[in-house]
Design a protein around this ligand. Sequence first.
Ligand SMILES: Cc1cc2nc3c(=O)[nH]c(=O)nc-3n(C[C@H](O)[C@H](O)[C@H](O)COP(=O)(O)O)c2cc1C
Length: 170
Amino acid sequence: MKIAVFNGSPRKGNTAAMVQAFREGAEAAGHVVEEYQVGRMKIAGCLACEYCHTKGEGNCIQKDDLEKILPAYREADMVVFASPIYYFTMTAQMEAAIQRVYCIGKPLNAKKAAMLLSSGSPGVYDAAIAQFKAYMGYAGIENAGIITAHGDENGSEAKLAEIREFAKGL
Ligand SMILES: Cc1cc2nc3c(=O)[nH]c(=O)nc-3n(C[C@H](O)[C@H](O)[C@H](O)COP(=O)(O)O)c2cc1C
């Protein structure tokens, strides 16, 4: 499979370690992994101008880093949303990246999706997980799995091994 990983963290920290473990497992199983560092991209919120659904014919009127991730939304067989938790949801950069898919409606080719979440505290994932499940349900994409890491789990060999095994089994 061609797997697109959207990393919502603006820095090379705990989420990056989860993505790296995912990559190792997925590549060991023969998949091709492309990472998109949306946390470091400039992607504005949707303007609801409807240009994309009228004259724009699927193209967004805002010219920003969305253009770097749209090919993945069109082509990837699997999408992975990896993000730190900021105030009980994914980062603002990730939310913008998700909502701007509006111009094409949804990830067009993806059959599977997964989520990797990192946080300081336990029990802070409900909103992000509810959004992910609802969004994938709406898009008709199978939820292949959700892995979270909080506190000392971040960067631990046990957690990274769990992620590698998960990715190997896709
Ligand atoms: C702006 C901001 C908001 C955060 N909000 C939460 C939160 O609501 N709950 C929590 O447990 N951790 C919160 N954290 C901590 C991060 O989720 C945690 O440090 C995470 O491991 C960072 O991932 P990273 O190293 O990939 O950036 C927040 C951190 C920042 C910078």
